[in-house]
Design a protein around this ligand. Structure first.
Ligand code: HEM
Length: 356
């Protein structure tokens, strides 16, 4: 008598997804040190960006990027939109946290010599991400259109006037039909996120191509590491997502304790607020050189960062063999932090902004 064929057991969800998405391909080898906190900071920054994109899409449903309506639409987000105040505050706090993890990531790369051959181009992709992130922070701080936002916008106009043709996009004269605030919103929600997508794709592709840089030991030298190591990338991913949840929880707690602030609608021409901490360290440069200082100092710092892989081409990773570069970097960092602290403590003396 013929036996009835047993139906094939239904695959579990994990196997079903594996077969269709090839997820097992993510379990490639990575070195153990790649899973330590300093080497996950870039991944943590990335998960923070996911939170920013999701909360940002929600906020964009209620924000009105037209100068007469902008401030009032933020008031509506806080008082009328479902969970608006909370989502706005999570967006605000995650932006602060992500900027800190991004800077720590860059310092880690600098101090572990991870910009060396063959990772130089990825260092430049990273500099692109830094510029895009600062652009997102700046445009975001203008959008709320309170006194602080208006002052940032007026600094933007002055800086655009100083650089002439190169600053055309930042100038209100570029378009007769669309106000500058609306175009900065466009920059915040389309142009910069699109650029971010392109550059982060390149960044991640190159990390996969080269593998993480070798662990720093007294004699370690730089080389590609793809496919080497006793751990798995899936472990790295799990830790990255765990830290992502931690960022979300931290942003949530901060949002409940200290909701994102909003000042009164701006009064044009007055200078009575300070910019966010990401830019406040530039105050002494502005006092000394006027608005030119806001362009010259970041340009010099950007230039110095761009020179790093060109100046330091020795293959060695250890700190003791890269003393000159690291001491110079530490000194510059101390000056920036000291300038930030002094600027934060100083009263605002201004009132010299041009009328819009
Ligand atoms: C939005 C900003 C950024 C994101 C999301 C990001 C993301 C990442 C990720 C996920 C990694 C893998 C290792 C890790 O997680 O630490 C990495 C590595 C790297 N990043 Fe970034 N990064 C950003 C900005 C930067 C900046 C500003 C620089 C330097 C100027 C930079 C330079 C590098 C280099 C050279 C590597 C290879 C490091 C190694 O092999 O040890 N990145 N980045």
């Amino acid at each position: 008598m013929a036996t009835m064929a047993q139906p094939a057991p239904r695959p579990r969800l994990k196997e079903w997804l594996n077969e269709r998405l090839g997820l097992q391909g993510l379990a490639y080898a990575v070195p153990e040190h790649a899973n330590s906190l300093p080497y996950i900071l870039g991944g943590i920054t990335l998960t923070g960006f996911v939170i920013l994109f999701i909360t940002g899409i929600y906020l964009a449903q209620f924000y009105h990027p037209h100068p007469p309506d902008a401030h009032q639409s933020v008031v509506y987000i806080i008082t009328g939109a479902p969970l608006g105040d909370l989502i706005r505050s999570i967006h605000f706090w995650t932006a602060q946290i992500v900027t800190i993890t991004l800077l720590l990531h860059m310092l880690r790369v600098l101090f572990t010599g991870s910009y060396k051959r063959p990772r130089e181009i990825n260092w430049y992709a990273g500099l692109g991400l830094l510029a895009i992130t600062l652009g997102l922070v700046f445009t975001g701080s203008v959008l709320k259109f309170d006194q602080e936002g208006l002052e940032a916008l007026q600094h933007n106009k002055e800086a655009a006037a100083v650089i002439g043709g190169l600053g055309a996009w930042f100038s209100p004269e570029l378009s007769r039909t669309v106000p500058l605030l609306t175009r900065l919103f466009d920059g915040h929600v389309t142009i910069l996120p699109l650029l971010f997508g392109l550059v982060i794709a390149t960044h991640i592709f190159l990390i996969k191509q080269h593998g993480i840089s070798p662990k720093v030991t007294p004699d370690a030298t730089t080389r590609a590491m793809a496919g080497e190591g006793t751990s798995r990338f899936t472990v790295h991913l799990q830790r990255m997502l765990g830290f992502g949840l931690l960022i979300l929880s931290l942003a949530l707690v901060l949002s409940l304790l200290l909701p994102a602030p909003l000042g009164q609608p701006g009064v044009a021409g007055a200078e009575v607020t300070k910019p966010w901490w990401m830019f406040v360290w530039l105050f002494p440069a502005e006092n000394a050189l006027g608005v030119k200082g806001l362009l010259v100092v970041p340009a010099i710092l950007g230039g110095l960062l761009a020179l790093v892989p060109i100046l330091d081409r020795s293959p060695f990773l250890s700190l003791s063999r890269r003393k000159a570069l690291l001491i110079s970097a530490a000194l510059i960092l101390i000056v920036i932090v000291a300038s930030g602290v002094i600027s934060t403590l100083q009263p605002v003396t201004g009132g010299h902004l041009m009328q819009p």
